[in-house]
Write a protein that binds this ligand. Structure first.
Ligand code: HMG
Ligand code: MG
Length: 301
């Protein structure tokens, strides 16, 4: 398992969307610039969603414009509908992500429509993006369990993945939104989805609520998946996924990959510094085990 892995940093979006403390546009830009400095690319920086649904993402246009000078970095933003698409384009987005769910309960709670209706909303977004040369990623939430509907059959994920891929998403990110998955289930899911969408087009977006995310990623890598979503400091969660905690921490992913001989190009010291700064701003210590260990080591040396 030594071939390259692509890390998609989602901290400035998934990481901050669930925080009680609002982070200012200037501080979000500084966080993203620190992540760029640490070598992360691409980075998900915001969401063009209803300000009532996710007030933390208000100002995403200013954030995107604020980092646009970093032309070597690809910036992703979430878009739920045509209104969001138009706002993303006015702000200069070149890469967007639509987000569906494998379960009806989460779809209704998160984006106020059925899974089928969400696909209908995405169709014009994908058509306009294709015409405009904009890259579109497709997320599927609750792939290993739903806070409303419980267990999710792999076939439900396969169907949505196939649909999003056929509509033109260049990559399908499989979200264990509430972090309930275990390695055997993650493996089974990846196998099932890879039967319909080529493995190089799949990404793993695992939250770490039950402490299984790294093990699940390792199992997914053994299946051949090479794209990992993670958030600096283990930030993250979704207000519509009760009880869910952060994404797998980027520091922990980088530490594991480097330990496996897989070069990530990420500067760990700079990444931990970025995490420490954002953690101070939101007023709680990082969830990342590696960041905590390195911080303790620095204090004791
Ligand atoms: P709705 O209420 O059904 O939408 O919400 P609507 O079309 O009826 O519009 C209602 C209001 O929202 C209107 O404003 C619209 O203008 C406005 P009002 O007249 O009441 O003042 N509106 C918008 N405003 C800004 N940007 C927009 C937009 N669209 C409508 N794009 C909607 C439907 C999808 C808009 C709403 O439910 C929403 O924004 N949901 C977003 C939820 C969200 O962002 N969740 C977190 C991200 S997903 C996630 O974290 C999971 C992931 O990480 C993967 C994983 O872990 O599984 C990706
Ligand atoms: Mg997420």
């Amino acid at each position: 398992m030594s071939d390259a892995v692509r890390i998609v940093e989602v901290g400035p979006r998934d990481g901050l969307q669930n925080e009680k403390t609002a982070v200012s546009v200037a501080d979000r830009i500084a966080f993203i610039e620190a992540l760029i400095g640490a070598g992360l690319n691409p980075i998900e920086v915001g969401a063009f969603v209803s300000p009532k649904a996710i007030p933390q993402m208000v100002g995403s246009a200013e954030v995107l414009r604020g980092v646009s000078g970093h032309t070597g970095t690809e910036f992703h933003v979430l878009v739920p509908n045509e209104k969001g698409y138009e706002a993303s384009q006015a702000a200069g987005a070149r890469a967007i992500a639509v987000f569906a769910a494998a379960s009806e309960g989460f779809s209704r709670a998160n984006i106020n429509c059925t899974v089928a209706e969400s696909i209908e909303r995405f169709k014009p977004v994908l058509a306009r993006a294709k015409a405009g040369g904009i890259k579109v990623r497709g997320y599927i939430s609750c792939v290993l369990g739903c806070p409303y509907d419980g267990e999710i059959k792999p076939q439900a994920v396969v169907d949505v993945a196939r649909t999003l891929f056929d509509l033109g998403c260049y990559e399908i990110s499989l979200g264990d939104t509430i972090g309930v998955g275990t390695p055997a289930k993650a493996r089974q899911l990846l196998r099932a989805v890879a039967g319909e969408v080529p493995m190089p087009k799949l990404a793993m977006h695992f939250h770490d609520t039950y402490g299984q995310a790294l093990a699940n990623l390792y199992a997914g890598m053994e299946e051949g998946c090479r794209v990992i979503d993670s958030a600096a400091g283990g930030l993250g969660g979704c207000p519509y996924a009760p009880g869910a905690t952060g994404n797998v921490a980027t520091e922990d992913v980088v530490y594991m990959l480097e330990g496996m001989g897989i070069r990530t190009g990420v500067d760990m010291a700079k990444l931990v510094a970025a995490t420490n700064t954002i953690s101070r701003l939101i007023g709680r210590p990082p969830l990342s085990r590696v960041a905590s260990a390195l911080n303790a080591k620095a204090r004791n040396s």
